[in-house]
Design a protein around this ligand. Structure first.
Ligand SMILES: C[S@@+](CC[C@H](N)C(=O)[O-])C[C@H]1O[C@@H](n2cnc3c(N)ncnc32)[C@H](O)[C@@H]1O
Length: 208
């Protein structure tokens, strides 16, 4: 399904300014229909990592490593997890030149329940209907001022669509994403911002 969050001519305009640093991973994903983060989103991650200079990054939903490469580009330690073994193995091949990246084959639920580390920057790009549950599990691994970026929170724009019929297969996810967004704004108020890039990105400046 095509995203209706960004206008195509704006995407084309922005693309001229983007790097092609990891186009081999992007092309591999596109050709095999393996989901990868939107180019506008990974460039945003690169910007945020440069700005915030985190020391310990967690990625939930690494895929074959496209967004991981951008998160790791500033030299911070990155732990990237995915419960798809084939994808993690492929990501290991693509990212072998990064000695600051650890790719972990695990389910986010299991990983977070057993995690006793703190992360100062987290990128969440997993199953969208799980975001609220993942956030609750993630909280014990966050510290004051940690940044958390959730990808695809507008789900092609459907989450904000009150005019047209939402296809049956997206109904539950859009409902749960709506609840997730409301909960984030209720709890964190002006420490949350929803950016209409890619399929919608929610940025949280976590305050304990
Ligand atoms: C959209 S893809 C990630 C794309 C990746 N960020 C990139 O740019 O290449 C989502 C990934 O999350 C993984 N995933 C979904 N739910 C998960 C969970 N609960 N635990 C671990 N991985 C999960 C899927 O296997 C899938 O590879």
């Amino acid at each position: 399904m095509k995203s209706s969050v960004m206008m195509p001519h704006i995407v084309r305009f922005l693309s001229d300014f983007f790097s092609n640093d990891f186009s081999d991973i992007e092309t591999y994903s596109l050709e095999r229909k393996i989901p990868a983060s939107n180019k506008c989103v990974v460039e945003f991650l690169r910007f945020m990592v440069n700005l915030k200079k985190p020391k310990n990054i967690l990625e939930i939903g690494a895929g074959v490593g496209f967004s991981t490469a951008y998160l790791a580009s500033n030299g911070a330690r990155v732990t990237a997890i995915d419960y798809n073994k084939e994808r993690i193995d492929e990501a290991k091949k693509f990212l072998k030149c990064f000695n600051n990246v650890e790719l972990v084959f695990d389910n986010a639920r299991n990983f977070l329940k057993n995690c006793n580390e703190k992360f100062d920057f987290v990128f969440v790009d997993a199953v969208k209907r799980d975001y609220l549950e993942i956030f609750y599990l993630l909280e014990s691994c966050l510290e004051n001022g940690s940044f958390v970026v959730f990808d695809d929170v507008l789900m092609y724009g459907l989450v904000a669509d009150v005019t047209s019929e939402i296809p049956e297969k997206y109904k539950k996810s859009t409902e749960l994403l709506n609840e997730f967004i409301k909960e984030m704004y209720d709890r964190f108020d002006n420490n949350v911002y929803l950016l209409p890039i890619g399929n919608g990105v929610l940025l949280l400046n976590y305050e304990c």
